[in-house]
Ligand binder design. Structure first.
Ligand SMILES: Cc1cc2nc3c(=O)[nH]c(=O)nc-3n(C[C@H](O)[C@H](O)[C@H](O)COP(=O)(O)OP(=O)(O)OC[C@H]3O[C@@H](n4cnc5c(N)ncnc54)[C@H](O)[C@@H]3O)c2cc1C
Length: 344
């Protein structure tokens, strides 16, 4: 595309979203710096996906220049007009484009004047790490042999909930209301370390994802309940969209145009998934998975027509969605048989 130019891009946050976008933009020919507040060297139990993305984003191998990763760089504020980032350690940096991938408590979001309207969810998560050797020694199922989720809870078509009562409540007390919980799960929790409830929040959709030289990505831009298993997927889709929009085929040097299209492609889709995740938190039939759940005797959803479908998640063509929105922005016809990324 005529006008394409290499950008110097700052990504705030080195989670799944931040690493994915660093990878996507490196492949599109840009110079990327990731600023992470934590020191990953000290992190316990790093996830496979995170480690793999890290290697792809900052490793020497692969297309484009390896992204730089600067740890111990907690962002304090961002000036959306100039692209200036100020860090708590006193460092300042200026970039052509700043991507806020700093998670649910995003500082970057605040910097672009978005103030979440949120309420505590009815349900909470119970987080625990289990050492494989402890489980094996006690004759429990060794879940580490498999790389997929092993246990699904819920009853009568609804999710069960564990009430929130503070970080230091013992496991027995947290699980007291669930005498029928699977014995394997209970046994694993009993030997779990770092057991603690995670409070979940339901956020109202945000009004926009971009302002000036800044855009939001992943949980920073559309935090959602975990019940649809789509938070990381949406962060990766955001990253993919930015990688496509700023690649040599589509980017004409106009950052503002690309960010406007990013907003119009990503906000409606992520918001729709976010709403579906909130419904799935209290009704498992709203959840998409390998089937649409319609075979279950207790199947009932709020509005069949508005339900998130497997097709719209899996048949979605982001290139078509981006081409359609870019065509509208550039006032040229879009002639493919797709509407918002879905085949007609
Ligand atoms: C129980 C549970 C189960 C889930 N299951 C799934 C699933 O099955 N499938 C799925 O797709 N998703 C799932 N998710 C959601 C998924 O984990 C998140 O949506 C995803 O990790 C969000 O990635 P992110 O990069 O946007 O944010 P984060 O992972 O939160 O990363 C943000 C990064 O930014 C850093 N940071 C924060 N503030 C600053 C700052 N000021 N300066 C610099 N760095 C900063 C943080 O240290 C962190 O590294 C689940 C979530 C939960 C809680």
């Amino acid at each position: 595309m005529a006008g394409w130019k290499q950008l110097d891009i700052g990504v705030i946050g080195g989670g799944i979203g931040g690493l994915s976008v660093a990878l996507a933009l490196r492949r599109s020919g840009h110079l990327v710096t990731i600023y992470e507040r934590a020191d990953f060297a000290g992190e316990v139990g790093a996830q496979y996906m995170h480690a793999m993305l890290m290697e792809c984003a900052v490793g020497k191998e692969g297309e484009g220049r390896a992204a730089r990763l600067l740890v111990n760089h907690a962002c304090e504020s961002v000036d959306s007009e100039t692209g200036t980032i100020t860090f708590k350690n006193g460092v300042k940096a200026i970039h052509d484009l700043v991507i806020g991938a700093d998670g649910i408590g995003s500082v970057v979001r605040k910097a672009i004047d978005i103030h979440p309207v949120k309420k505590p969810a009815d349900s909470s998560c119970l987080h625990a790490n289990v050492m494989t050797e402890d489980a094996v020694r006690l004759g429990l199922v060794d879940y580490s042999q498999h790389d997929a989720l092993e246990y699904w809870g819920g009853q009568e078509g609804k999710w069960d909930k564990i009430s929130w009562g503070g970080q230091d409540r013992p496991v027995e007390e947290l699980l007291a209301p669930y005498p029928n919980l699977d014995a394997q799960v209970k046994a694993h929790l009993a030997i779990g370390i770092e057991v603690q409830p995670w409070r979940l929040w339901v956020h109202e959709p945000y009004p926009y994802l971009t302002k000036g030289k800044v855009c939001l990505l992943g949980d920073a831009g559309h935090p959602m309940m975990p019940h649809q298993s789509q938070g990381a997927c949406m962060a990766i889709e955001d990253a993919g969209a930015l990688g496509v929009l700023f690649n040599k085929q589509y980017f004409n040097g106009d950052i503002e145009e690309s960010l406007a299209v990013y907003n119009s492609v990503r906000l409606p889709r992520a918001t729709r998934v976010q709403a579906a995740a909130a419904r799935a938190a209290y009704n498992i039939n709203e959840r998409i998975g390998f089937s649409d759940n319609k075979h279950t005797a207790t199947y009932k959803v709020e509005n069949e027509k508005a339900k998130l479908t497997i097709e719209e998640m899996n048949a979605y063509d982001m290139f078509m969605d981006i081409e359609e929105q870019l065509a509208a922005a550039r006032n040229v016809p879009f002639t493919r048989n797709f509407i918002k990324g879905m085949p007609e």
